[in-house]
Design a binder for this molecule. Sequence first.
Ligand code: PMV
Length: 334
Amino acid sequence: MNLNNKENEFKKILNGKSFLNNKKKSKIFFAPINIALIKYWGKKDEDINIPMTTSISFSSRNLGTKTQIFLAKKDEIILNNLSVDKIFFNRVFEFINLFRNVLNIKCKLKIITYNNIPTASGLASSASGFAALTLALNDFFSLNLTPTELSELARIGSGSACRSIFTRQRFVIWYDRFAKPFEFKHELRKITKNMRAVVIVLDKKQKKISSRKAMNITKMHWLKNKNNIYGKWLQQSKKDILSLKNVKNWKDFGEIIEKNSLLMHEAICEAGINYLSSKTFKILNFVSMCRKNGLFVYATIDAGSNVVMVYQNGDEKKIKNALSNIKNAEILYF
Ligand code: PMV
Protein backbone atom coordinates (compact mmCIF):
# COMPACT_ATOMS: atom_id res chain seq x y z
CA MET A 1 0.00 0.00 0.00
CA ASN A 2 1.37 3.40 -0.96
CA LEU A 3 0.65 6.20 1.51
CA ASN A 4 1.84 8.84 -0.95
CA ASN A 5 -1.01 8.04 -3.32
CA LYS A 6 -3.50 8.57 -0.51
CA GLU A 7 -1.84 11.81 0.49
CA ASN A 8 -1.97 13.03 -3.11
CA GLU A 9 -5.71 12.36 -3.17
CA PHE A 10 -6.09 14.41 0.00
CA LYS A 11 -3.93 17.21 -1.43
CA LYS A 12 -6.17 17.42 -4.50
CA ILE A 13 -9.09 18.24 -2.24
CA LEU A 14 -7.52 20.04 0.73
CA ASN A 15 -4.76 22.13 -0.85
CA GLY A 16 -5.74 25.78 -0.89
CA LYS A 17 -8.74 25.23 1.39
CA SER A 18 -9.04 27.51 4.37
CA PHE A 19 -9.25 25.86 7.77
CA LEU A 20 -9.03 26.73 11.46
CA ASN A 21 -7.23 24.90 14.22
CA ASN A 22 -8.74 26.54 17.27
CA LYS A 23 -11.50 24.19 18.40
CA LYS A 24 -11.39 22.18 21.59
CA LYS A 25 -14.01 19.75 20.30
CA SER A 26 -16.19 18.97 17.32
CA LYS A 27 -19.93 18.50 17.34
CA ILE A 28 -21.20 14.91 17.57
CA PHE A 29 -21.75 13.36 14.12
CA PHE A 30 -23.84 10.34 13.23
CA ALA A 31 -23.31 8.38 10.02
CA PRO A 32 -25.43 5.35 9.10
CA ILE A 33 -24.32 1.93 7.98
CA ASN A 34 -25.31 1.21 4.39
CA ILE A 35 -26.04 -2.11 2.78
CA ALA A 36 -25.15 -2.39 -0.89
CA LEU A 37 -27.97 -3.70 -3.07
CA ILE A 38 -25.58 -3.97 -6.01
CA LYS A 39 -22.26 -4.58 -4.31
CA TYR A 40 -18.81 -3.10 -4.55
CA TRP A 41 -16.24 -5.87 -4.69
CA GLY A 42 -12.76 -5.27 -6.07
CA LYS A 43 -10.74 -2.15 -6.78
CA LYS A 44 -9.32 -0.59 -9.93
CA ASP A 45 -6.90 1.24 -7.65
CA GLU A 46 -6.10 -0.44 -4.37
CA ASP A 47 -4.42 2.49 -2.62
CA ILE A 48 -7.22 4.97 -3.10
CA ASN A 49 -10.23 2.64 -3.28
CA ILE A 50 -11.47 3.19 -6.82
CA PRO A 51 -14.11 0.48 -7.40
CA MET A 52 -14.19 -1.96 -10.31
CA THR A 53 -17.95 -1.44 -10.68
CA THR A 54 -20.76 0.92 -9.70
CA SER A 55 -22.67 0.13 -6.52
CA ILE A 56 -26.02 1.24 -5.11
CA SER A 57 -26.74 1.15 -1.40
CA PHE A 58 -29.52 1.59 1.13
CA SER A 59 -28.68 3.47 4.35
CA SER A 60 -30.05 2.77 7.79
CA ARG A 61 -31.93 5.48 9.67
CA ASN A 62 -30.79 4.38 13.10
CA LEU A 63 -27.86 1.93 12.89
CA GLY A 64 -24.38 3.34 12.59
CA THR A 65 -21.64 5.31 14.32
CA LYS A 66 -21.61 8.47 16.45
CA THR A 67 -18.29 10.27 16.70
CA GLN A 68 -16.90 13.33 18.43
CA ILE A 69 -13.34 14.69 18.38
CA PHE A 70 -11.55 16.42 21.25
CA LEU A 71 -8.26 18.27 21.37
CA ALA A 72 -6.02 16.13 23.61
CA LYS A 73 -2.51 15.62 25.02
CA LYS A 74 -2.06 12.35 23.11
CA ASP A 75 -3.76 10.54 20.24
CA GLU A 76 -6.40 8.18 21.58
CA ILE A 77 -9.55 6.35 20.49
CA ILE A 78 -12.35 5.24 22.77
CA LEU A 79 -14.82 2.92 21.03
CA ASN A 80 -17.97 2.01 22.94
CA ASN A 81 -16.27 3.20 26.17
CA LEU A 82 -13.19 1.00 25.69
CA SER A 83 -9.68 1.55 24.34
CA VAL A 84 -9.12 0.02 20.91
CA ASP A 85 -6.42 -2.43 19.78
CA LYS A 86 -3.34 -1.37 17.83
CA ILE A 87 -4.67 -2.42 14.42
CA PHE A 88 -7.85 -0.36 14.84
CA PHE A 89 -5.87 2.60 16.21
CA ASN A 90 -3.35 2.55 13.36
CA ARG A 91 -6.01 2.31 10.66
CA VAL A 92 -7.92 5.29 12.05
CA PHE A 93 -4.88 7.44 12.77
CA GLU A 94 -3.36 6.69 9.37
CA PHE A 95 -6.50 8.36 8.00
CA ILE A 96 -6.41 11.27 10.47
CA ASN A 97 -2.72 11.80 9.65
CA LEU A 98 -3.65 12.41 6.02
CA PHE A 99 -5.62 15.46 7.22
CA ARG A 100 -2.91 16.54 9.66
CA ASN A 101 -0.05 16.11 7.18
CA VAL A 102 -1.72 17.85 4.28
CA LEU A 103 -2.95 20.73 6.45
CA ASN A 104 0.34 20.76 8.36
CA ILE A 105 -1.35 20.53 11.75
CA LYS A 106 0.37 18.98 14.75
CA CYS A 107 -2.40 18.80 17.39
CA LYS A 108 -3.23 15.53 19.18
CA LEU A 109 -6.77 14.21 19.06
CA LYS A 110 -9.01 12.04 21.18
CA ILE A 111 -11.74 10.28 19.20
CA ILE A 112 -14.80 9.19 21.12
CA THR A 113 -16.96 6.91 19.06
CA TYR A 114 -19.93 4.58 19.50
CA ASN A 115 -21.18 1.85 17.19
CA ASN A 116 -24.66 0.47 17.74
CA ILE A 117 -23.81 -2.41 15.40
CA PRO A 118 -21.09 -5.05 15.90
CA THR A 119 -17.66 -3.80 14.77
CA ALA A 120 -15.83 -5.35 11.75
CA SER A 121 -18.12 -8.36 11.37
CA GLY A 122 -19.35 -7.53 7.89
CA LEU A 123 -22.04 -5.09 8.96
CA ALA A 124 -20.55 -1.97 7.43
CA SER A 125 -19.21 -0.50 10.68
CA SER A 126 -16.15 0.76 8.80
CA ALA A 127 -18.43 2.61 6.36
CA SER A 128 -20.34 4.39 9.13
CA GLY A 129 -17.15 4.78 11.20
CA PHE A 130 -15.06 6.51 8.54
CA ALA A 131 -18.00 8.61 7.37
CA ALA A 132 -18.75 9.88 10.91
CA LEU A 133 -15.04 10.54 11.46
CA THR A 134 -14.74 12.50 8.19
CA LEU A 135 -17.76 14.62 9.11
CA ALA A 136 -16.30 15.28 12.57
CA LEU A 137 -12.84 16.18 11.18
CA ASN A 138 -14.47 18.58 8.70
CA ASP A 139 -16.13 20.32 11.64
CA PHE A 140 -13.12 20.18 13.97
CA PHE A 141 -10.86 21.89 11.42
CA SER A 142 -13.69 24.17 10.11
CA LEU A 143 -13.01 22.95 6.56
CA ASN A 144 -16.52 23.52 5.16
CA LEU A 145 -16.12 20.76 2.58
CA THR A 146 -18.96 19.90 0.20
CA PRO A 147 -20.74 16.51 0.49
CA THR A 148 -18.91 15.39 -2.68
CA GLU A 149 -15.51 16.30 -1.21
CA LEU A 150 -16.41 14.60 2.06
CA SER A 151 -17.47 11.50 0.15
CA GLU A 152 -14.14 11.45 -1.72
CA LEU A 153 -12.13 11.72 1.48
CA ALA A 154 -14.19 9.12 3.37
CA ARG A 155 -13.61 6.73 0.44
CA ILE A 156 -9.88 6.69 1.24
CA GLY A 157 -10.66 5.43 4.77
CA SER A 158 -13.00 2.68 3.58
CA GLY A 159 -14.50 2.46 0.09
CA SER A 160 -18.09 2.02 1.18
CA ALA A 161 -17.76 4.96 3.63
CA CYS A 162 -18.19 7.32 0.66
CA ARG A 163 -21.85 6.15 0.55
CA SER A 164 -22.45 6.75 4.29
CA ILE A 165 -21.60 10.47 4.11
CA PHE A 166 -25.15 11.17 2.93
CA THR A 167 -26.72 10.75 6.34
CA ARG A 168 -30.31 11.58 5.41
CA GLN A 169 -30.67 9.85 2.04
CA ARG A 170 -31.76 6.24 1.86
CA PHE A 171 -30.31 5.34 -1.56
CA VAL A 172 -26.82 6.27 -2.66
CA ILE A 173 -24.93 5.44 -5.85
CA TRP A 174 -21.13 5.23 -6.11
CA TYR A 175 -19.63 5.28 -9.60
CA ASP A 176 -15.99 6.09 -9.17
CA ARG A 177 -14.39 8.77 -6.96
CA PHE A 178 -17.40 9.82 -4.92
CA ALA A 179 -20.94 8.76 -4.19
CA LYS A 180 -24.15 10.74 -4.52
CA PRO A 181 -27.77 10.37 -3.41
CA PHE A 182 -29.96 8.45 -5.79
CA GLU A 183 -33.71 8.37 -6.38
CA PHE A 184 -35.52 5.62 -8.20
CA LYS A 185 -38.09 6.76 -10.76
CA HIS A 186 -41.56 5.82 -12.02
CA GLU A 187 -43.01 2.60 -10.54
CA LEU A 188 -39.90 2.17 -8.40
CA ARG A 189 -40.44 5.43 -6.52
CA LYS A 190 -43.14 3.89 -4.34
CA ILE A 191 -41.52 0.47 -4.06
CA THR A 192 -38.20 1.90 -2.90
CA LYS A 193 -39.88 4.38 -0.56
CA ASN A 194 -41.57 1.41 1.07
CA MET A 195 -38.44 -0.71 1.22
CA ARG A 196 -37.28 -1.74 4.68
CA ALA A 197 -34.39 -3.87 5.91
CA VAL A 198 -33.58 -5.95 8.93
CA VAL A 199 -30.18 -7.31 9.97
CA ILE A 200 -29.99 -10.88 11.24
CA VAL A 201 -26.87 -10.87 13.39
CA LEU A 202 -25.55 -14.43 13.42
CA ASP A 203 -21.97 -13.74 14.36
CA LYS A 204 -20.64 -10.64 16.12
CA LYS A 205 -17.01 -11.71 16.02
CA GLN A 206 -14.54 -9.79 13.91
CA LYS A 207 -14.19 -11.37 10.46
CA LYS A 208 -10.95 -13.31 9.93
CA ILE A 209 -10.18 -11.86 6.51
CA SER A 210 -10.71 -8.16 5.92
CA SER A 211 -12.71 -7.13 2.87
CA ARG A 212 -9.62 -5.28 1.60
CA LYS A 213 -7.58 -8.50 1.63
CA ALA A 214 -10.39 -10.65 0.26
CA MET A 215 -11.07 -8.21 -2.60
CA ASN A 216 -7.41 -8.29 -3.47
CA ILE A 217 -7.30 -12.11 -3.48
CA THR A 218 -10.48 -12.29 -5.59
CA LYS A 219 -9.01 -9.88 -8.14
CA MET A 220 -5.66 -11.71 -8.31
CA HIS A 221 -7.53 -14.94 -8.96
CA TRP A 222 -9.47 -13.27 -11.78
CA LEU A 223 -6.35 -11.79 -13.36
CA LYS A 224 -5.18 -15.39 -13.89
CA ASN A 225 -8.47 -16.40 -15.49
CA LYS A 226 -10.80 -13.63 -16.61
CA ASN A 227 -13.61 -16.08 -17.40
CA ASN A 228 -13.99 -17.11 -13.78
CA ILE A 229 -16.98 -16.37 -11.54
CA TYR A 230 -15.66 -12.95 -10.53
CA GLY A 231 -15.39 -12.09 -14.23
CA LYS A 232 -19.04 -13.09 -14.62
CA TRP A 233 -20.00 -11.09 -11.54
CA LEU A 234 -18.29 -7.96 -12.92
CA GLN A 235 -20.31 -8.27 -16.15
CA GLN A 236 -23.49 -9.11 -14.27
CA SER A 237 -23.09 -6.21 -11.83
CA LYS A 238 -22.98 -3.72 -14.69
CA LYS A 239 -26.23 -5.20 -16.04
CA ASP A 240 -27.73 -5.30 -12.54
CA ILE A 241 -27.24 -1.57 -12.04
CA LEU A 242 -29.23 -0.89 -15.20
CA SER A 243 -31.89 -3.50 -14.50
CA LEU A 244 -32.38 -2.33 -10.93
CA LYS A 245 -33.26 1.14 -12.19
CA ASN A 246 -35.71 -0.20 -14.77
CA VAL A 247 -37.64 -3.09 -13.23
CA LYS A 248 -41.32 -2.55 -12.60
CA ASN A 249 -42.05 -4.54 -9.48
CA TRP A 250 -40.71 -5.51 -6.07
CA LYS A 251 -40.17 -9.19 -6.93
CA ASP A 252 -37.82 -8.37 -9.81
CA PHE A 253 -36.09 -5.71 -7.70
CA GLY A 254 -35.54 -8.14 -4.81
CA GLU A 255 -34.35 -10.94 -7.06
CA ILE A 256 -31.66 -8.76 -8.64
CA ILE A 257 -30.36 -7.75 -5.20
CA GLU A 258 -30.25 -11.30 -3.86
CA LYS A 259 -28.59 -12.76 -6.95
CA ASN A 260 -25.97 -10.01 -7.07
CA SER A 261 -24.91 -10.76 -3.51
CA LEU A 262 -24.92 -14.55 -3.96
CA LEU A 263 -22.85 -14.41 -7.14
CA MET A 264 -20.35 -12.15 -5.34
CA HIS A 265 -20.02 -14.78 -2.61
CA GLU A 266 -19.59 -17.53 -5.20
CA ALA A 267 -16.76 -15.51 -6.73
CA ILE A 268 -15.16 -15.01 -3.30
CA CYS A 269 -15.48 -18.77 -2.64
CA GLU A 270 -13.87 -19.60 -5.95
CA ALA A 271 -10.89 -17.50 -4.88
CA GLY A 272 -10.62 -19.67 -1.74
CA ILE A 273 -12.35 -17.51 0.89
CA ASN A 274 -15.70 -18.20 2.49
CA TYR A 275 -17.57 -15.73 4.64
CA LEU A 276 -20.80 -17.75 4.84
CA SER A 277 -21.56 -20.15 7.70
CA SER A 278 -24.08 -22.95 8.15
CA LYS A 279 -26.24 -20.42 10.04
CA THR A 280 -26.15 -18.18 6.95
CA PHE A 281 -27.48 -21.01 4.78
CA LYS A 282 -30.27 -21.68 7.30
CA ILE A 283 -31.36 -18.05 7.00
CA LEU A 284 -31.15 -18.21 3.20
CA ASN A 285 -33.45 -21.27 3.32
CA PHE A 286 -35.75 -19.42 5.67
CA VAL A 287 -35.92 -16.52 3.19
CA SER A 288 -36.80 -18.79 0.30
CA MET A 289 -39.44 -20.56 2.47
CA CYS A 290 -40.96 -17.14 3.25
CA ARG A 291 -41.25 -16.50 -0.48
CA LYS A 292 -42.84 -19.90 -1.11
CA ASN A 293 -45.43 -18.84 1.47
CA GLY A 294 -46.08 -15.58 -0.34
CA LEU A 295 -43.98 -13.26 1.80
CA PHE A 296 -41.64 -11.47 -0.62
CA VAL A 297 -38.47 -10.93 1.34
CA TYR A 298 -34.96 -11.06 -0.17
CA ALA A 299 -31.50 -11.56 1.32
CA THR A 300 -28.23 -9.74 0.81
CA ILE A 301 -24.91 -10.49 2.52
CA ASP A 302 -21.77 -8.36 2.84
CA ALA A 303 -18.31 -9.65 3.77
CA GLY A 304 -19.39 -11.72 6.75
CA SER A 305 -21.90 -14.39 7.69
CA ASN A 306 -24.69 -12.04 8.78
CA VAL A 307 -27.73 -11.60 6.58
CA VAL A 308 -29.73 -8.49 5.76
CA MET A 309 -33.30 -9.08 4.64
CA VAL A 310 -35.16 -6.52 2.56
CA TYR A 311 -38.93 -6.33 2.36
CA GLN A 312 -41.86 -3.99 1.81
CA ASN A 313 -43.19 -1.87 4.65
CA GLY A 314 -46.68 -3.34 4.27
CA ASP A 315 -45.29 -6.78 5.17
CA GLU A 316 -43.69 -5.61 8.43
CA LYS A 317 -46.14 -7.45 10.72
CA LYS A 318 -45.75 -10.71 8.79
CA ILE A 319 -41.96 -10.29 8.82
CA LYS A 320 -41.92 -9.76 12.60
CA ASN A 321 -44.06 -12.82 12.98
CA ALA A 322 -41.85 -14.95 10.74
CA LEU A 323 -38.67 -13.69 12.41
CA SER A 324 -39.96 -14.80 15.81
CA ASN A 325 -39.12 -18.34 14.59
CA ILE A 326 -35.42 -17.50 14.31
CA LYS A 327 -33.59 -18.41 17.49
CA ASN A 328 -30.06 -17.43 18.60
CA ALA A 329 -29.82 -14.35 16.43
CA GLU A 330 -30.07 -10.67 17.23
CA ILE A 331 -32.51 -8.83 14.98
CA LEU A 332 -31.73 -5.20 14.20
CA TYR A 333 -34.24 -3.10 12.28
CA PHE A 334 -32.66 -0.76 9.76
O1 PMV B 1 -15.67 -0.66 2.06
P1 PMV B 1 -15.21 -2.00 2.45
O2 PMV B 1 -13.75 -2.18 2.22
O3 PMV B 1 -15.61 -2.35 3.85
O4 PMV B 1 -15.92 -3.08 1.50
C1 PMV B 1 -17.29 -3.30 1.49
C2 PMV B 1 -17.65 -4.49 0.67
C3 PMV B 1 -19.07 -5.00 0.78
O5 PMV B 1 -19.65 -4.60 2.00
C4 PMV B 1 -19.06 -6.50 0.74
C5 PMV B 1 -19.93 -4.53 -0.39
C6 PMV B 1 -20.37 -3.11 -0.37
O6 PMV B 1 -20.63 -2.59 -1.47
O7 PMV B 1 -20.54 -2.51 0.70
